[in-house]
Design a protein around this ligand. Structure first.
Ligand SMILES: *[C@@H]1O[C@H](CO)[C@@H](O)[C@H](O)[C@H]1NC(C)=O
Ligand SMILES: *[C@@H]1O[C@H](CO)[C@@H](O)[C@H](O)[C@H]1NC(C)=O
Ligand SMILES: *[C@@H]1O[C@H](CO)[C@@H](O)[C@H](O)[C@H]1NC(C)=O
Ligand SMILES: *[C@@H]1O[C@H](CO)[C@@H](O)[C@H](O)[C@H]1NC(C)=O
Ligand SMILES: *[C@@H]1O[C@H](CO)[C@@H](O)[C@H](O)[C@H]1NC(C)=O
Ligand SMILES: *[C@@H]1O[C@H](CO)[C@@H](O)[C@H](O)[C@H]1NC(C)=O
Ligand SMILES: *[C@@H]1O[C@H](CO)[C@@H](O)[C@H](O)[C@H]1NC(C)=O
Ligand SMILES: *[C@@H]1O[C@H](CO)[C@@H](O)[C@H](O)[C@H]1NC(C)=O
Ligand SMILES: *[C@@H]1O[C@H](CO)[C@@H](O)[C@H](O)[C@H]1NC(C)=O
Length: 559
């Protein structure tokens, strides 16, 4: 499930056929042409075939023995013991790109990649609580932590715009009509080296580092486990890979396989899982989703017009559409997070990179955020699970994407864990934030299609970059020994909870636990899962004014 893949659906159907043709030809001689897809398999087949002959020369550490001294130390809890947080402020080994007009200045292209950007710590004031941080407020102690994170950096969705563009270049090269000059000269020898769907090496690093960071910040909570932790992910390759790298970072590669249980929920059409709720919410996957694609298309025709003209001058014999130009821009982040560098990045100006980020903001707002009527319904299942965990009460009403089999068992869904870890997707994190009613994120109202508004509050870069993390801290702020408050921290900036039920403004983002739980229960009442996910309704860009990710109550009778 990924936003830009939607472009393929209708608008580019004809070019998908070209993609298929390019793929076929790249297997033969044509693979020498520009735009060809190149892949590589490691290890070599011979090494696999002969492995059993040499394995005995390379015994495991447990067979070798002689490990040296192995005393362990105590757990860390740096969110309580350190004076400040350690920010994520780099993206080694990715090479920082330039723009075409602003070489060397302070603007960083990487900060405009939105959901394709590597997570970096947000400015503490991103959501208006500049004096708060992930560090535990002085009057509080930590009882429990929730982590909902996204997978790491990945290859593009199979058949999405980068691959389609590569196939078109490959076809033109095969036709001998590809003549690329000036800044596009590199296209004459460029090949498409990206796979699809799975994590890149950098993406693995991100999750490993998240695991290490979480151990140093919250490891002390391990002392209050009575059994092994049960942490969740979904069945997709990149989701399992992300969860395992998190665990490897958290526990270390010598023991992570025995230190916790990894629950893998099936992510596939028709299955219930709150970590991939679109698979049981038909309205998430049908025409209603088009509003986000339409919004992005309209905006791309505004902000990429100049780039289209500028680049076309260097590519006679190939007609660049707006979709081609957007695909070229999209190749910059995807190539960079996979290959460390991309020649596509500095084809675009600073202004065009701001436009790119906004195109993704639009797509998320109208497809996976407050502007889409089937979004709170997708996020509400995780809210059910959150209430179940916070109240230590089993779910008994099944009216969401909650999987009854999973949550009814104290083996697969324990309620009393000091550390909960759930892995999911960008579009699910934004659905959950919408379902939870973090209303300040939607405060600017529907996003305009003609320009980037000043002071916008809905910025995907902040919500769902690669490796994005939403952390919930359950705290005792009344020295009562029992949890009294909760707060939420998104990519290291504290979220205000004003607007969630009766939660009041607090400079540390705190809300009383009971008040918060009452707010979540009220949200569960407010969100109409059956209608929003399954009803046959129409919803247009022009008519849209929603900001809660729900179908408008007053229009229901018309449908
Ligand atoms: C951890 O468990 C101990 C012993 O059961 C208890 O005294 C303590 O309050 C617990 N700590 C937290 C943070 O829940
Ligand atoms: C290549 O040539 C074929 C056959 O003439 C044509 O259909 C196709 O559009 C051409 N491709 C490009 C990218 O120009
Ligand atoms: C619940 O999850 C399990 C494991 O992913 C799966 O086998 C089962 O089919 C799911 N149930 C429903 C109703 O989707
Ligand atoms: C999206 O655009 C297409 C083509 O212009 C149009 O047919 C469709 O109704 C639009 N969808 C929405 C939800 O606005
Ligand atoms: C580009 O578009 C022009 C005008 O629509 C057309 O005449 C020309 O054949 C096209 N060129 C290619 C390579 O498709
Ligand atoms: C998923 O859960 C919903 C709501 O509880 C239920 O109606 C539906 O039958 C479940 N899906 C499957 C495949 O069983
Ligand atoms: C699960 O619940 C059963 C009965 O309610 C109880 O006997 C068992 O000890 C619990 N198991 C765990 C792992 O908490
Ligand atoms: C959620 O936000 C909407 C719009 O601001 C508001 O009408 C509703 O009462 C809120 N619900 C809860 C439980 O916070
Ligand atoms: C949905 O409603 C439209 C318009 O009322 C109707 O044409 C269409 O057949 C309906 N689709 C389904 C699946 O009921």
């Amino acid at each position: 499930m990924f936003l830009l893949s939607a472009f393929v659906s209708a608008a580019l159907a004809s070019q998908v056929n070209a993609a298929a043709a390019g793929k076929a030809s790249s297997a033969g001689k044509a693979s020498t042409f520009a735009g060809a897809t190149s892949t590589f398999q490691f290890p070599p087949a011979d090494a696999i075939a002969t492995a059993s002959l040499v394995d005995s020369f390379f015994p495991d550490a447990s067979e070798v023995g002689f490990p040296g001294a192995t005393p362990t130390g105590d757990e860390a809890e740096s969110v309580a013991t350190a004076p400040a947080i350690a920010p994520v402020d780099a993206y080694f080994p990715l090479v920082r790109p330039d723009t075409s007009d602003n070489k060397g200045k302070s603007f960083d292209v990487v900060d405009s990649w939105a959901n394709l950007s590597p997570m970096q710590s947000l400015d503490p004031n991103s959501f208006g609580l500049g004096s708060a941080s992930e560090q535990i407020p002085e009057q509080c102690t930590l009882n429990q932590v929730f982590l909902l994170h996204r997978h790491g950096a990945r290859y593009p969705t199979g058949g999405s715009s980068p691959a389609v563009f590569a196939a078109a270049i490959n076809a033109a090269a095969g036709n001998r009509t590809l003549v690329a000059t000036g800044p596009l000269d590199f296209l004459n020898t460029w090949t498409y080296k990206l796979g699809a769907e799975i994590l890149t090496p950098f993406g693995r690093e991100q999750l490993f580092e998240l695991g290490v960071g979480f151990r140093v910040k919250y490891g002390d909570l391990l002392k209050n486990f009575t059994g092994l932790p049960v942490w969740r992910t979904t069945s997709e390759e990149r989701m399992v890979d992300s969860a395992l790298h998190f665990a490897a970072g958290f526990f270390g590669v010598q023991s992570y396989q025995s230190d916790y249980h990894q629950l893998i929920e099936i992510e596939s059409s028709g299955f219930n899982t709150t970590l991939a709720p679109y698979d049981n919410c038909p309205n998430a996957n049908n025409a209603i989703e088009d509003i986000g694609v339409n919004a992005t298309t309209i905006w791309a025709n505004v902000y990429l017009k100049d780039a289209q003209k500028r680049l076309q001058a260097h590519l006679p014999g190939f007609n660049l559409t707006i979709f081609d130009v957007l695909a070229m821009q999209t190749l910059c982040p995807y190539e960079t997070v996979a290959l460390g560098y991309s020649a596509f990045c500095d084809l675009f100006t600073e202004e065009e990179w701001r436009g790119f980020a906004y195109s993704i903001d639009l797509g998320f707002w109208y497809t996976n955020g407050p502007g889409n009527p089937a979004v709170s319904a997708q996020g509400i299942g995780w809210v059910h699970e959150l209430v179940s965990r916070l109240t230590q009460t089993r779910i008994t009403t099944f009216d969401s994407t909650v999987n009854k089999t999973i949550v009814s068992s104290n083996i697969t869904f324990p309620l009393n864990q000091p550390i909960f870890v759930d892995a999911s997707h960008d579009t699910v994190i934004t659905a959950i934030l919408t379902a939870m009613n973090f209303t300040n994120l939607a405060a600017g109202g529907p996003l305009p299609l003609t320009h980037i508004p000043k002071d916008r509050t809905y910025i995907v870069q902040e919500l769902a970059p690669f490796g994005s993390r939403l952390v919930g801290q359950v705290l005792d702020c009344e020295k009562s020994g029992a949890p009294s408050h909760i707060r939420w921290i998104l990519n290291d900036a504290v979220l205000p909870q004003t607007g969630i039920g009766k939660c009041k403004y607090d400079s540390n983002g705190l809300c009383e636990l009971d008040t918060f739980i009452a707010g979540m229960k009220q949200r569960i009442e407010e969100v109409d899962f059956q209608f929003d996910c399954f009803a046959n309704y129409t919803f247009t860009l022009e008519g849209d004014t929603i900001t809660t990710g729900q179908f408008p109550q007053n229009r229901k009778h018309q449908n």
